[in-house]
Write a protein that binds this ligand. Structure first.
Ligand SMILES: C[S@@+](CC[C@H](N)C(=O)[O-])C[C@H]1O[C@@H](n2cnc3c(N)ncnc32)[C@H](O)[C@@H]1O
Length: 270
């Protein structure tokens, strides 16, 4: 979608949940999937909650929120979705005012979920060593900041997860939570643990079993306790044509194993 300046964001929602974001501002724009038009002229006389026709499509005008922003996000690297992000956020106790580190940032799949719950009192530090991938996430986050009513104090760092000490110290002192989504989490765990507060949690997103095992061992070597390890399995149901509801035909796909650990006080030497 080409970006527009000024004006409120609205989402045009298809009945099945697909959505298109656009701004009520003058000038022709091209919205992927909808075509070219002047959004201000198109929306003139329409309010939130109205049904509008654009070309062949019949759409509901809604206030955009996280789901609509995600439907429209640009993607390059593999993104963390609602199934895993929601579980991590709740299990790790991340909410309004939390101080969170996440990396790699990639297309901001996880960062968008985090920004949605942190409120304006929260702090989010996102790290990525590949600016060409992080710029996709940055664009997604900048648009989300205009869509959400509250957005955290967000810092995007071009660097390696092993070098976050200085940034964390200067931005927020210590962390309530850290979520690692890179190929080799076990290499960066030792650099992050010193900045976790006591009771703070560190999670690793591990697509393969060997990543899970190495991350598990590294977390324990750093004195963390493992609170939860496993995978979230999602099975969707459908309405059957002859009545009733039943599991759908789509396969249950794998995303990643999750490892959640917590920082505890060190044991005193005997
Ligand atoms: C799978 S993507 C992250 C996706 C992201 N969490 C999301 O939900 O959209 C992995 C990212 O980690 C970055 N990365 C890999 N190793 C890194 C490191 N040591 N420090 C910082 N970023 C790293 C890569 O450049 C890549 O963008």
């Amino acid at each position: 979608m080409s970006e527009q300046g000024g004006g409120d964001w609205v989402a045009l929602r298809e009945d099945d949940g697909r959505a298109y974001l656009l701004r009520r501002s003058p000038g022709e724009v091209k919205v992927k999937g909808l075509g070219r038009f002047d959004a201000e002229q198109l929306l003139e006389g329409y309010s939130i909650g109205d049904r509008i026709r654009v070309g062949q499509k019949s759409l509901t005008i809604v206030d955009p929120a996280l789901p609509e922003a995600r439907r429209n996000m640009a993607r390059r690297a593999q993104v963390i979705g609602a199934k895993d992000a929601g579980f991590l956020i709740s299990w790790m106790g991340i909410g309004v005012g939390s101080r969170v580190l996440e990396g790699g940032h990639g297309s901001a799949g996880l960062a968008m979920h985090l920004a949605n719950v942190l409120g304006s009192e929260g702090t989010l530090i996102s790290v990525d060593s590949r600016p060409d991938l992080a710029e996709v996430g940055q664009a997604n986050m900048e648009r989300l900041a205009e869509v959400l009513p509250k957005f955290p104090d967000w810092h995007l760092i071009d660097g390696d997860m092993t070098e976050i000490g200085q940034v964390v110290s200067s931005v927020c002192g210590s962390l309530d939570a850290a979520i690692i989504d890179i190929a080799e989490p076990w290499h960066v765990i030792p650099s992050i643990v010193p900045f976790l507060r006591a009771g703070g949690r560190l999670a690793c997103y591990c697509p393969t079993t060997s990543q899970l095992e190495k991350s598990w061992e590294s977390a324990q070597e750093q004195g963390l306790v493992i609170e939860w390890a496993g995978e979230m399995i999602e099975r969707r149901w459908v309405k059957a044509s002859k009545g009733g509801v039943r599991p759908g035909n789509q396969p249950m796909g794998h995303t990643a194993f999750l490892l959640i650990s917590a920082k505890i006080a060190p044991y005193e030497e005997e």
